[in-house]
Design a protein around this ligand. Sequence first.
Ligand SMILES: NC(=O)c1ccc[n+]([C@@H]2O[C@H](COP(=O)([O-])OP(=O)(O)OC[C@H]3O[C@@H](n4cnc5c(N)ncnc54)[C@H](OP(=O)(O)O)[C@@H]3O)[C@@H](O)[C@H]2O)c1
Length: 309
Amino acid sequence: MRAVIFGASGLLGRSVMRAFNDMTVTGTGFSRTAPGLARADATSADDIDRLLGRAQPDVVVNCVGERRPQRWAATPDQARDKNVDAARLLAQSTRQCGARLLHISTDYVFDGKAAPYRPDSPPNPLNAYGRWKLLAEHAVRAACPDAAILRLPVLYGPAQFAAETNLTELARQVGARAPVELDDVCVRYPTHTDEAAEVCRWLAGALVRGQRLGAVAHWSAEQGFTKYQMAVLIADRFGLPAGHIRPGEADAVSGDRPIDCRLDCRDLPEALGTVRRHFTTEFPPVVEPWLLPAEPISTLRKDFHAPCV
Ligand SMILES: NC(=O)c1ccc[n+]([C@@H]2O[C@H](COP(=O)([O-])OP(=O)(O)OC[C@H]3O[C@@H](n4cnc5c(N)ncnc54)[C@H](OP(=O)(O)O)[C@@H]3O)[C@@H](O)[C@H]2O)c1
């Protein structure tokens, strides 16, 4: 199988590259380059056509997007281009070259007031990112009707910089020991990028085999946590003080962050349950490099028991 992964330099794309490593795979970066990645601008039809013409893929995975709130606020036009225009152009080119498309979307298309959400639950995004991602879904559907759209919740995994994931940013705040208030109302379902990438792999295979799939699929980890709960868990696991972390409700009262977008994943096959990773066992190696203690962290607490949340 020949695959092209757009956004392969990003958080999810790096895991997807690893999960597809037994295929003939071309990955793209944009501002970040790495050995083996091609540079392509997903907002340029010429760039996309050139790359797909060269790679002749069976399947294209679109991991391009702009999900950082600071960027939506600072450069909304660029963020919209990356989320919506890129999705439309990629869908058009993928269809023209006869490949199948897997497009990545988000649980933020929902308002968080009526979880769990099935793939056909009515979307109602609360913020610009969610609205753009919903517009992107519509654009993908219009340009490439047989594409699969995979909605995912907040992701965590090996990060290149602390702010790359919510979780590693929380780790930095735990380690920094400066007073901080963290939302303790909105529930998130942090899902490991490698787990999401395995689901992408399964979906890509199913698309290429011509297996009938619903237009939209959901995948999510099962454990839900607020940011405050995650921070306390991190502190507890590494035996760090947590007195500087206070529970708050900033996200909930902002009005643009959904309270609980739990995704109902039952439409994907039960066999995929084997790719599940449990947050409480998977998060320590991901956060450890970002705790920024004065001295190295010696050992994990052996008496640590994750609370059931
Ligand atoms: N991270 C999450 O918590 C999360 C949750 C749910 C859904 N998602 C969705 O999952 C997808 C991947 O997210 P992510 O977290 O991996 O994002 P990310 O880490 O920010 O990566 C975004 C990728 O898009 C590339 N890109 C940006 N502008 C581009 C352009 N003009 N042309 C081509 N490529 C461009 C970036 O390349 P450079 O970095 O090289 O510029 C990078 O490879 C997105 O659709 C996102 O909405 C993410």
